[in-house]
Design a protein around this ligand. Structure first.
Ligand code: PMV
Length: 320
């Protein structure tokens, strides 16, 4: 029996614009994670995928629609086995569990796929580099999202803060001084594919306007990357607010997100923004350590169904 896990993630700066080649910054969030356990099954069993959190048990080879989670899980297994040089379908049971909220901007699909790829590789005694894992998980991301930038698979497979530009070699970010985030969940799911599709249509209708907005988002991400590396995290609050205004301008915020963002700022956060695709899912707030719990409590009062307090750049902490 072999088990492997992978963390969730949040995008600190640059979501959406990253799909159009601008830089973005993402960090792993270890308080939530996906795990996959591989066990050898009886002869002739084939591959069985048991995903408790998705209420799903799937026999590989059984027909499923391409939109079903089982399809993406089976594709992940098949791609990984092929990469590992294993022909056909061995007799395996794969049990998947995850505390990463689904369709909420925390990389649930990429975390599950990363855990599966790692568990299968370990089970057959092969080592895959983070870049190889990331590349396999990207193929699953394509099934989930259609046109992913690749930021989720990268930050999750590498397990480190990244400064990501589509198509360029991976750049991990050195965090000059640790800082604290409170991550609040609106509780409303918002499939990335839908929001990314809407942004694409808006960009096609008004390319100049959207290109200019993406440029501004990219410039914020670049400044943020410098502040993180130079150990000036206090500069990030204002940049988060600026990024949020730009996300509003591309119509990916929502009243619920706005409410949580506003509450976090009222409770003393230095800045706040949605994270991931938007329209629902999670938001993040930059906080001084001493104010983290107060901001989290305020988010709860404002309707957050869950929160995570996470330290970026050092060993991390609690959720509730
Ligand atoms: O919602 P998430 O966690 O899947 O993040 C999506 C990030 C986008 O920039 C909106 C899309 C992408 O592929 O980068």
């Amino acid at each position: 029996m072999t088990t492997a896990c992978a963390p969730g993630k949040v995008i600190l700066f640059g979501e959406h614009a990253v799909v159009y080649g601008r830089p973005a910054i993402a960090v792993p969030v270890t308080q939530v994670r996906a795990c996959a356990m591989v066990e050898d099954g009886p002869l002739g069993q084939g591959v069985i995928i048991d995903a408790t959190d998705l209420h799903l048990r799937h026999q590989a080879g059984d027909p499923v629609p391409a939109t079903s989670p089982a399809y993406a899980l089976e594709a992940t297994v098949r791609n990984a086995l092929q990469r590992l040089g294993i022909g056909g379908l061995p007799d395996l049971t794969l049990t998947v569990s995850s505390t990463v909220p689904i369709a909420s901007g925390m990389g649930s699909g990429a975390a599950v796929a990363t855990a599966i790829v790692r568990a299968l590789a370990q089970h057959v005694g092969q080592a895959l580099s983070p870049a190889e894992v990331s590349q396999l998980v990207y193929q699953t991301e394509v099934i989930h999202h259609g046109t992913p930038s690749g930021i989720d698979n990268t930050v999750i497979a590498f397990g480190q803060p990244v400064y990501f530009v589509r198509g360029q070699p991976i750049e991990t970010l050195r965090v000059g001084r640790p800082f604290w985030l409170v991550i609040g969940d609106t509780g409303s799911q918002s499939p990335t594919k839908d929001v990314v599709g809407d942004v694409r249509r808006a960009w096609q209708a008004e390319p100049e306007k959207y290109e200019a907005l993406f440029d501004r988002i990219g410039a914020v991400a670049t400044r943020a990357g410098r502040a993180i590396e130079q150990g000036r995290p206090s500069a990030l609050g204002e940049l988060m607010d600026e990024n949020q205004e730009l996300l509003q301008a591309i119509h990916v915020s929502s009243p619920q997100l706005e409410k949580l963002i506003h509450s976090a700022r009222t409770a003393g956060a230095m800045g706040a923004k949605l994270c991931g695709a938007g329209r629902g899912g999670n938001m993040i707030a930059l906080v001084a350590r001493a104010k983290a719990q107060r901001v989290a409590d305020m988010l709860r009062t404002a309707g957050a169904v869950n929160f995570v307090i996470s330290e970026v750049g050092a060993a991390s902490s609690m959720s509730g």
